[in-house]
Design a protein around this ligand. Structure first.
Ligand code: NDP
Length: 453
């Protein structure tokens, strides 16, 4: 690490205490960018990276709401408007008890680079709440979403800031949020993405993050003359991203043997085929049950509950070819990365945001496997949100094939940017450097053009 980067990371830690995930995201990006900053002193003297690290605006607000028994609850709401150099702020909303300002800052920071990589005009943002939707009735969810939007609406807009879903925010929540926005503003605009199909949503948006991660993996495999046909894959999570990752892997001839939630994981040696995936979708999206029910239904599958005494996740300790971490941040630690390598995994495409710790990333890079970091591999979701924004602006829906083919094209282009940038800066095959540098350059040049704002 250069002295410049060391000092920068030290300053970020001092200025943003108790935000370890944000420090981690900044450190990874800054290390990649030291290669660029040496060659481009103008970015350094204009303090571009220092400016990108500081959010343009952070908003924190009270979300008071009343449940169906009349009890009052108070949650915390946030929106981080990180960078608008290349377009309106864009990024998801996360509802999960672990949400803090630090978590959302790391996500918003990552989003800036990811959105730039998509080739579409979108700045970076992220938001959410410490509200836990798990096990809550639709009525409670609606009341919370309405209370959340009652403050958020004054900070967003179709040309200002366009939120979408993330953990705990799917089609149901986007519906309630959109309804309340429309009521408060008295306007029907593309202010949120991930909307329902008959009120401005885009075909393929629900599928996009998972499909995109698999398209990205296929591009990486192609550089070594391989395809997903017959490959054994480990997938974590069982939400939106994981479900469509499984669907696309199956379509491309691969076999998925694991899925998880925060209570445990299932291992199904026979593979999670289309029929079993339909069961998962009903279980998770309709009945909102736990993954353990999978092994009750399919007797040959083995369920393993989370063991908090372990310093590794046994899901990552099975023989396989490819891995798709698709649950949450830091779910693959150093030991997990070593286990994956030991078990023969040679391609990792991250559906989740920053699912691998810095130590884990180092193991993957040292082993020179095909490692696609989240900001490149999972960019298909926000890219298709960008396509939803275009359709809303034109007031014209595109057919499924058109959106899917644009998504595929965007993932191809992101892959090429990563490969080209890694080559150009002397680290061939390093997708981490490729993604960070590729994402940075476009934003940095826009900031140079727009002056000190
Ligand atoms: P969902 O809420 O649909 O699903 C999340 C899944 O991950 C659930 O199975 C959940 O289990 C599990 N999970 C969440 N937190 C934890 C935890 N702390 N420990 C273990 N398991 C956990 O979210 P998404 O599928 O949308 O998001 C998954 C990841 O993908 C996130 O990192 C998100 O930021 C990223 N992402 C999502 C995009 C999108 O378009 N949705 C776009 C780009 C990235 P449980 O139900 O038990 O909590």
């Amino acid at each position: 690490m250069s002295n410049y980067v060391k000092d920068l990371v030290a300053e970020v830690k001092a200025k943003n205490p108790s935000e370890p995930e944000f420090h981690q995201a900044v450190q990874e990006v800054a290390e990649s960018l030291s290669l660029v900053l040496e060659r481009h002193p103008e970015y350094r003297s204009s303090k571009i990276l220092e400016r990108i690290i500081e959010p343009e605006r952070t908003i924190q607000f009270r979300v008071p709401w009343v449940d169906d028994q009349g009890e009052i609850h108070i949650n915390r709401g946030y929106r981080i408007q990180m960078n608008s150099a290349i377009g309106p702020y864009k990024g998801g909303l996360r509802f999960h008890p672990s949400v803090t300002m630090g978590i959302l800052k790391f996500l918003a920071f990552e989003q800036v680079f990811k959105n730039s990589l998509t080739t579409l005009p979108m700045g970076g943002g992220k938001g959410g709440s410490d509200f836990d939707p798990k096990g809550k009735s639709d009525l409670k969810i609606m009341r919370f979403c309405q209370a959340f939007m009652t403050e958020l609406y004054r900070h967003i807009g179709s040309d200002t800031d366009v939120p979408a879903g993330d953990i705990g925010v799917g089609g149901r929540e986007i519906g309630y949020l959109f309804g309340q926005y429309k009521k408060l503003r008295n306007e029907f605009t593309g202010v949120l993405t991930g909307k329902g199909l008959n009120w401005g949503g885009s075909l393929i948006r629900p599928e996009a993050t998972g499909y995109g991660a698999v398209y990205f993996a296929a591009e990486m495999l192609a550089t070594r003359g391989k395809t997903l046909e017959g490959k054994k894959c480990l997938v974590s999570g069982s939400g939106n991203v994981a479900q469509y990752t499984v669907e696309k892997i199956n379509q491309l001839g691969g076999k998925v043997v694991t899925l998880s939630d925060s209570n445990g994981y299932i291992y199904d040696e026979e593979g999670i085929d289309e029929k079993k995936l339909a069961f998962i979708m009903e279980l998770k999206n309709v009945r909102r049950g736990r993954i353990s029910e999978y092994s009750d239904k399919f007797a040959k599958a083995v369920y393993t509950p989370v063991d908090s005494k372990l310093d590794y996740n046994p899901l990552w300790n099975h023989k396989a070819d490819c891995a798709f971490p698709s649950a949450t941040q830091n779910e693959v630690n150093g030991k997990d990365a070593q286990n994956l390598l030991k078990n023969g995994v040679y391609a990792v495409a991250e559906g989740a945001n920053m699912p691998t710790t810095l130590e884990g990333v180092k193991h993957f890079l040292d082993a020179k496997i095909l490692y696609g970091p989240g900001k490149a591999a999972n960019a298909g979701g926000v890219a298709t949100s960008g396509l939803e924004m275009s359709q809303n602006s034109m007031r014209l829906p595109w057919p499924r094939e058109e959106v899917d083919s644009r998504l595929r094209q965007i993932m191809k282009s992101i892959h090429k940017t990563c490969v080209d940038m890694a080559d150009r800066f002397g680290t061939p095959g390093n997708y981490v450097n490729g993604a960070n540098i590729g994402g940075f350059l476009k934003v940095a040049d826009a900031m140079m053009d727009q002056g000190i704002v």
